[in-house]
Design a protein around this ligand. Structure first.
Ligand code: PEP
Ligand code: MN
Length: 276
């Protein structure tokens, strides 16, 4: 029995029972390997990005993350270095030899983002921006689709369906926590989503424990749980000096903290027959 909502034409598990592998510049997401994507919430300067990228790569990250266009609740918060941030991302990614994922908040940013990044992120706040989804569907670039703040899994799969309908099947789904009545964490990380999305859809599923909890000290335990639940990868925020981060310092791991996370994940990955 398929758990997919009836009208999924592209995303349904039945369409590809063996599961999809999304190739991001040579990094296969959805294979036996749990793919670690790590880096700062926001690109701040070259030194910060380069030091972080080198360190996370050495520790075992396969992809670099970093925001250039940042969706911020308040317009008075730092909203990213924009084009300059994209330039730094591609420069550092090239220097370090690691593919990069970054967010496009608007269709007008897609050209620039695709010129500098290996994977386009559609953020939570845009999961149901249907014109943006359609535009991304026209491209042939891997897409990281984050779950909306208040979206059901069915709504998330229909968002993926919009992208796939345009002919772009290179989609990775990301559980990043949802709004609930609980206020002691930034969001409630819904780990039900991992096995459920995998039952419903063939697209790979990764987990973002940084936004999912909002608290650095919860990132290791929830990452372990995500891998145990079958996640194909993790998206983790790491900062060289979290106290001074321009964005999301309280949920960012330090560089030694990321190394510790990798150590803590290895036995879990082994236990569920995954490589790390
Ligand atoms: C991010 O990953 O940088 C981000 C803004 O996440 P989200 O869209 O999940 O809030
Ligand atoms: Mn962030």
């Amino acid at each position: 029995m398929s758990l997919a909502p009836a009208k999924l034409r592209w995303a349904a598990r039945d369409r590809k029972p063996e599961g999809s592998i999304v190739d991001v510049a040579g990094v296969p997401v959805g294979s036996r390997e749990v793919v670690m994507m790590a880096g700062p919430c926001t690109v701040e300067d070259e030194d910060q990005l380069l030091r972080t990228a080198m360190a996370v790569k050495v520790a075992g990250a396969r992809m670099l993350r970093g925001g250039a266009f940042k969706p911020r609740t308040s317009p008075h918060s730092f909203r990213g270095l924009k084009e300059e941030g994209l330039r730094l991302l591609s420069q550092v990614a090239r220097e370090v030899g690691i593919p990069v994922v970054t967010e496009a908040m608007d269709a007008r940013q897609l050209d620039a983002v695709c010129q500098h990044a290996d994977m386009v992120q559609i953020g939570s706040r845009n999961m149901q921006n249907f014109t943006l989804l359609e535009e991304v569907g026209r491209l042939r670039v891997p897409v990281l689709l984050k779950r909306g703040l208040c979206s059901t899994l069915e709504e998330m799969l229909f968002a993926a369906e919009y992208i796939a309908e345009g002919g772009n099947q290179q989609i990775v789904l990301c559980e990043r926590g949802i709004r609930t009545f609980e206020t002691s964490t930034r969001n409630t990380l819904d780990l039900n989503a991992v096995p459920l999305l995998k039952l419903m859809s063939h697209f790979p599923v990764i987990v973002d424990p940084s936004h999912g909890t909002g608290r650095r000290e919860l990132v290791v335990p929830l990452s372990r749980a995500a891998v145990a639940a079958g996640a194909d990868g993790l998206l983790v925020e790491v900062h060289v000096d979290p106290e001074r981060a321009k964005c999301d310092g309280e949920q960012s791991l330090t560089i030694p903290g990321f190394g510790e996370l990798m150590e803590q994940l290895r036995p879990v990955a082994r236990a569920v027959d995954r490589a790390l």
